[in-house]
Design a protein around this ligand. Structure first.
Ligand code: CA
Length: 224
């Protein structure tokens, strides 16, 4: 999951970002409203967490501008304690959910996951494609009901391919998703990773769940 986190309080931003990364998400941090709006407009995210009290441009203004541009990015706002007006204004501006400060990070992670699931249009958290089942909450993978042991990194690759299985995912896109901060990435790493994932998902070599589309990228084909 790719998350945009817009929060001006350094310590809080760092703590939240670290907790989200531990949960397996990729996090882009922005320290003010203008920067947040820039990232949200220029790059694809699954969910944005936006503090309302921001310098430069308020969180409300960021959301209004995003919605005015037609963005459907799911947004969770962070509001000050006791300010119900902020919550109402936030929701009216187009936010999808809110959390009042101070909050517990596990609750934030649960809310963000719920927003993401809702945006994906699936009521169940478990992703199913052919014989494969993925549970993003527990990071469990099954094939025909049997557990498949994947590393956290492999799980993220598989989850991404599965969520976008209606189309081809390019190496560039997958690389951007997996290591956005890494400028000089080695495409061999991705090849090796996909190879390992294929062997784990298909030890007999009969199912071929991940297809390589020459010159274009990868596509998860099982269950399509
Ligand atoms: Ca603030």
């Amino acid at each position: 999951m790719k998350i945009l986190l817009v929060e001006d309080e350094c310590a809080l931003r760092a703590a939240v970002a670290a907790a989200l990364r531990d949960s397996g998400a990729t996090v882009t941090e922005a320290a003010d409203g203008r920067e947040g709006l820039f990232f949200a407009t220029e790059y694809p995210f699954d969910v944005a967490i936006i503090d309302l009290g921001l310098p430069g441009m308020s969180g409300l203004e960021v959301i209004r501008r995003l919605r005015a541009e037609g963005s459907k990015l799911p947004v969770l706002i962070l509001t000050a304690r006791g300010s119900w007006q902020e919550k109402v204004e936030g929701l009216e501006s187009g936010a999808d959910d809110y959390l009042t400060k101070p909050f517990e990070t596990p609750e934030l992670i649960a809310r963000v996951r719920a927003l993401w699931r809702r945006a994906g249009g699936s009521a169940s958290a478990i992703l199913v494609a052919g014989p494969y089942q993925l549970d993003p909450d527990t990071q469990q993978t099954r094939c025909d009901g049997q557990a498949v042991e994947l590393t956290a990194f492999e799980f993220r690759v598989l989850e991404y391919l599965l969520r976008h299985r209606s189309r081809i995912v390019s190496r560039q896109e997958l690389g951007d998703y997996l290591y956005p901060e890494d400028e000089e990435r080695d495409s061999n790493v991705l090849e090796v990773l996909i190879g390992r994932l294929r062997r784990k998902l298909d030890p007999e070599g009969t199912r071929h769940p991940i297809e390589t589309v020459r010159g274009r990228g990868y596509r998860f084909v099982a269950g399509n």
